[in-house]
Design a protein around this ligand. Structure first.
Ligand SMILES: Nc1nc2c(ncn2[C@@H]2O[C@H](COP(=O)(O)OP(=O)(O)OP(=O)(O)O)[C@@H](O)[C@H]2O)c(=O)[nH]1
Length: 361
């Protein structure tokens, strides 16, 4: 699955990093914080409701509930998520049972038991056996409320509020469920993006890798292919990279590779694509670019690189790029176009070599 936020140009763009950071931040701690805040506020609201209907002892129970939610929030802040979840589960089960036993099932307080199963699924309980046992225990507790409290008459004031309290409980009980599901959705989309990036990009430069480009031209995705119906391939090779490694070390050579990737990236459009084809070779795919535009881009890449080296005080590093260019016109076969660009590249390199030999004579 390709994340929509990844553009063809470059590779892992800034919006992806922002999204990734956001998703990671929405960790268990954030999920529990949202739950604790919602739980504490909801119980504070119910405290007033119970006072309104003269259910004083239930209001007292609610005070204890608010305290438990606050302690759970503190445990979460202290990174003690295990105890935070235990307290939430205890409070929700005990409170749902007490209120349902006192008021009957027709007020809907027993609905709070269901979202707990979702919470337990994402909680730090690692063992599957334990998770299933707790979920079954919740199901049994739900059944008990039904058996014990079904026929119980409503004992408090303002019975006309019953349908409203029921509706409120239905809505509030689904909130923890939604929060947990959103959390799971975020985690799964974040993992899919990470998987895509790891499989299709070069970690050092952030460019797409060869695999991605080859898959792109093999894929049946007509929308994506249409973007590359009329394209030009530029093969860019860093000359004598092995020499740079020997003379200046791998770190400097890596810096050179990154600088070349940036120079290409800065001079192509969002609809174009850059991929690290091999250690010292980059492939650039330009869409609908004329001969003149392509040559301008090549020139701009070289100029950008020189400027970047001057800014970074790296002008002493002898860096030369060779380019091979081929266009898809007349051939729809990607591999064939790449081969033509390769031939052009080797000719450019051979020409340089001959010129150098001529100068040295
Ligand atoms: N520092 C660094 N070096 C790399 C990386 N990938 C490939 N190389 C080096 O790039 C060099 C490529 O060597 P060659 O294929 O002979 O190419 P070259 O030295 O650039 O010579 P010409 O292409 O003929 O100009 C090898 O020494 C590799 O070790 C990398 O990620 N970092």
């Amino acid at each position: 699955m390709e994340p929509e936020t990844l553009h063809y140009r470059g590779s892992i763009d800034e919006s992806f990093f922002a999204l990734e950071r956001q998703s990671l931040q929405l960790s268990a701690e954030k999920l529990l914080r949202t739950l604790c805040n919602t739980g504490a506020f909801a119980h504070l609201g119910f405290l007033f409701l119970f006072l309104l209907i003269d259910a004083y002892w239930l209001a007292a129970v609610n005070v204890v509930s608010v305290i438990i939610w606050l302690i759970a929030a503190i445990q979460n802040m202290r990174q003690n998520q295990k105890w935070c979840v235990r307290l939430i589960v205890f409070e929700m089960v005990a409170h749902a049972l007490i209120v349902t036993y006192t008021m009957g099932t027709y007020l809907g307080f027993h609905f709070y038991l269901w979202p707990l199963t979702a919470l337990i699924l994402v909680s730090p309980v690692k063992s599957i056996k334990k998770t299933i046992t707790i979920c079954l225990f919740i199901a049994i507790a739900y059944l008990l409320t039904y058996i014990v409290s079904q026929e119980r008459p409503y004992p408090y004031a303002l019975p006309e509020l019953i349908p409203y309290i029921y509706s409120l409980n239905v809505i509030l009980a689904i909130i923890p469920f939604i929060i947990v599901m959103l959390y799971l959705k975020r985690i799964s989309s974040s993992s899919a993006k990470r998987f895509f990036v790891e499989a299709n990009t070069d970690p050092m430069t952030g460019c797409f890798n060869r695999r991605y480009v080859e898959q792109l031209f093999k894929s049946d995705d007509s929308q994506r292919r249409r973007n590359f119906e009329q394209y030009t391939v530029i093969m860019c090779d860093i000359d004598k990279l092995s020499g740079l490694n020997t003379r200046f070390g791998h770190q400097v050579a890596d810096q050179v590779i990154n600088a070349v990737a940036n120079a290409i990236r800065d001079n192509i459009r969002d609809t174009d694509l850059i991929a690290r084809w091999s250690g010292e070779e980059f492939l650039t795919l330009l869409t609908n670019a004329s001969h003149e535009t392509t040559h301008n881009i090549v020139q701009k890449i070289q100029q950008s690189l020189e400027q970047d080296f001057a800014v970074q005080d790296m002008s002493n590093i002898p860096i030369d790029l060779s380019f091979g260019i081929a266009s898809s016109s007349g051939s729809s076969n990607f591999q064939h176009v790449v081969n033509m660009a390769d031939v052009d590249l080797y000719q450019a390199k051979a020409k340089k070599l001959t010129e150098r030999e001529f100068e040295e004579r």
